[in-house]
Design a protein around this ligand. Sequence first.
Ligand SMILES: N[C@@H](CCC(=O)N[C@@H](CS)C(=O)NCC(=O)O)C(=O)O
Length: 235
Amino acid sequence: MNFPADFPITEKWPARDPGVLQLYSFPTPNGIKIPIMLEEIGLPYEAHRVTLAQSDVKSPAFLSLNPNGKIPAIIDPNGPDGKPLALFESGAILLYLAEKTGKLLGQTTRDRHIITQWLMFQMAGIGPMFGQMGHFFGKDAVKAENSYARTRFADETRRLLTVLEAQLEDREWIARDYSIADIAIGSWVRQIERYGEDAELAVDWLDFENVHDYLDRFLERPAVQRGVNIPTREG
Ligand SMILES: N[C@@H](CCC(=O)N[C@@H](CS)C(=O)NCC(=O)O)C(=O)O
């Protein structure tokens, strides 16, 4: 396959610089992980704004790249064997970029497995549960008639924060050195405060001192400060 000729997504989102990695995303908790990673590792890329409107994320052009119709996704024109590689699922993309560049995946095989473990913990636990919490507590949520769902997802979010709090008791980052696991987890922990006071109270957010300090460290990183606004929300 050749890039861009064999990739229909480029009809709706043309590549201005087809030689560099193409990012299709929007600044949501899953969406910001990849620009943060790209900023951390210094790999040249071009960012395309794919909004959560059905006309973007569920368009035939975007579905040709991710049949699941969700951001983020990438095309690396310089993939394995020098051929283009298209990928969706933020965890898979983080692993790919870490392997490609040899960065943020630890120094040893042992480190790598532990980092992957925490990455999976985010993908399978934190992402879905914090995401559902946002659905029932976020500013657009329909609140009153969903008390069962609100309790369930707040309880589960609090439980996951408790796991993080314990893991961060004696370390700065989730798996020793800063890694793709922190990019994945930090991007979602940041979201709790963005849900607002109602959500913070429901999960006892103030009780999680280690997680707060961790979030501060994460947000202090220049690559994170740049990545959270790529692509910009408005065109
Ligand atoms: N497991 C996926 C989840 C991606 C995901 O949920 N993306 C959301 C934004 S955070 C999305 O595109 N939603 C649009 C929709 O579902 O229509 C990943 O980590 O990449």
